[in-house]
Design a protein around this ligand. Structure first.
Ligand code: FAD
Length: 355
């Protein structure tokens, strides 16, 4: 059995560990003292099959069975809201996500707080769900451990070298590996540089979320995911309260992300324009990093210059809903199996496209 070191204990690393454990000797190294401390613990937990480009959508579709078989999805639905003058973008997004236009009156029956003076057009999509993210990530962790994977927290990788015996990864202790999997999220380019792998710029972009009380007198639990056109803001029910995101995309250095009051306030204002219930206070807030490759497509597969260095990076805003399929693809690459997702998709996701 080959020794695999996975760097990063978020959705990317954990899904790869679950898919590989039992087939290889897996050690996962996570810098923080808890798994999923960064992006994977800070998502909006949405499963939106029509989100992202065709390759992302192929990954979402390929992993759907994992979510359904493990009862990780609950129906949410989505409602796209446009103001007057936003018709062209509204129609393009409605077509791209195969949504159905409904009247503002019909939308008000579903979400009574919509502001009929501001909302000009509405479209809905039923095929959108909430993900039980904790259960998903704990499921990967349990599966990996049950099949012999070693998961080490407080293990920040500080050096990667190669010698006649393979990789030598320093994270406090020295770990030997035949194959390294780079699942370091916002830090993926840093890890690649340490290993002397391809220079692919993975750029972290910050996105914030405010948790606010549900509008008084309303049970929001059955309301759809509300989305402004051009992703200017979104809001959805969250355990008796609501989350509202400014949906910003702010390039930042890799690090522990914190929401800025001004950015949250601007996002809340864009949401408030479309509803009649104003936000009285904030219960909590957070920010996370969505990390993109230059072409905004995932980077999954063997490095073009070092075949034993495997990229699992650039998941942007889709790393949770794609994780079961991404983990399986990484396992196929490491184990030399034909990719279950198909060669055309696997090739298009491969880091080789950057050579
Ligand atoms: C606000 C927000 C909303 C989102 N909503 C959704 C959504 O609804 N649906 C969806 O599918 N996706 C969503 N996403 C995107 C999703 O959260 C990310 O794509 C996903 O979490 C990325 O997972 P990851 O494992 O690559 O990164 P991370 O979870 O950040 O994991 C990378 C890990 O690598 C570790 N690491 C880095 N450097 C080292 C080192 N030197 N040594 C050891 N460990 C290291 C880090 O500590 C970190 O834990 C959202 C993201 C944000 C910010």
């Amino acid at each position: 059995m080959r020794n695999i070191v996975i760097i990063g204990g978020g959705a990317a690393g954990l899904s790869a560990a679950a898919a590989l454990a039992g087939e290889a000797r897996v050690t996962l190294l996570e810098a923080e003292d808890a798994l999923s401390y960064h992006s994977s613990g800070r998502s909006a937990a949405a499963f939106v099959p029509g989100y992202g480009n065709r390759l992302t959508q192929a990954l979402i579709a390929a992993g759907r069975g994992h979510f359904e078989n493990n009862h990780l999805l609950s129906p949410r639905g989505m409602m796209l809201l446009a103001k007057a003058g936003e018709d062209a973008t509204f129609e393009a997004e409605m077509a791209a996500d195969t949504m159905t236009e409904i009247t503002v009156e019909a939308a008000l029956d579903m979400v009574p707080i919509l502001n009929r003076d501001a909302v000009a057009r509405v479209a809905v999509q039923k095929d959108v769900y909430d993900i039980d993210t904790d259960a998903l990530l704990q499921g990967f962790t349990k599966c990996a451990r049950a099949n012999g994977a070693q998961i080490v927290t407080k293990a920040r990788v500080t050096d990667i070298a190669r010698d006649a015996y393979g990789w030598r990864v320093t994270a406090g202790e020295i770990y030997r590996a035949d194959v390294i999997i780079n699942a370091a999220g916002a830090w993926a380019s840093e890890i690649a540089a340490m290993a002397g792998a391809q220079d692919i710029e993975i750029t972290p972009n910050q996105r914030s979320v405010a948790r606010v009380p549900a509008p008084e007198g309303y049970d929001v639990s059955g309301w759809p995911f509300l989305m402004g056109v051009d992703e200017q803001w979104y809001a959805k029910a969250d355990a008796g309260a609501m989350i509202v995101s400014p949906a910003e995309e702010e390039p930042v250095p890799a690090g522990d992300a914190w929401a800025e009051d001004m950015v949250l306030a601007e996002g809340i204002a864009r949401y408030e324009e479309m509803v009649t219930a104003q936000v009285s206070r904030m219960l909590s807030n957070w920010a996370g990093l969505r990390s993109f490759a230059p072409d905004r497509t995932f980077v999954l597969g063997a490095d073009a210059t070092m075949p034993s260095f495997i990229w699992c990076a650039g998941q942007g805003g889709n790393g949770i809903q794609t994780s079961p399929a991404a983990g399986r693809l990484i396992a196929d690459v490491v184990l030399g199996r034909p990719p279950e997702i198909g060669t055309e998709i696997a090739d298009a996701l491969s880091p080789a496209r950057f050579t």
